[in-house]
Design a protein around this ligand. Structure first.
Ligand code: PRT
Length: 97
């Protein structure tokens, strides 16, 4: 199944967790972390490295899983940096040749 809508769905949940933080929420814990934005930026770095290693070592299941982690943490970091994902999508669209 290819469902690009899942990205939008996860983005909306991240907005909700940012606006209504809860103790049980992982996203809230990252967005309210004592390290501030550094926490989500560290996660992006960590997950990027794990993705690179999985892809480089040609481990398909791990590559999929690490790519999902990377996309998720990138969305959280975009929120932490006050960047709207729509602007990122617009930027991609503007690069069409
Ligand atoms: N996609 C994810 C997702 N991917 C990974 N994780 C969590 O990310 C955490 C990080 O795990 P790691 O092993 O990388 O790191 P760790 O050492 O345990 O913890 P940290 O480094 O983060 O401190 C785990 O607790 C995972 O559960 C996620 N947590 C949430 N989501 C999505 O976000 C939504 C909202 O989640 P909550 O905010 O928890 O309600 C969920 O419905 C999902 O769609």
């Amino acid at each position: 199944m290819n469902d690009w809508n899942i990205l939008e769905e996860v983005w909306q949940v991240i907005q909700d967790r940012a606006e209504h933080p809860s103790a049980e929420s992982y996203v809230s814990s990252v967005l309210t972390h004592r390290k501030g934005i550094d926490k989500s930026l560290e996660k992006v770095g960590e997950e990027a490295v794990e993705f690179i290693l999985a892809a480089k070592n040609q481990v398909p299941e791990r590559t999929v899983s690490e790519a999902a982690d990377l996309l998720f943490h990138l969305l959280v970091a975009l929120r932490a940096s006050g960047t709207d994902v729509s602007d990122v999508l617009d930027e991609l669209a503007a690069r069409r040749k």
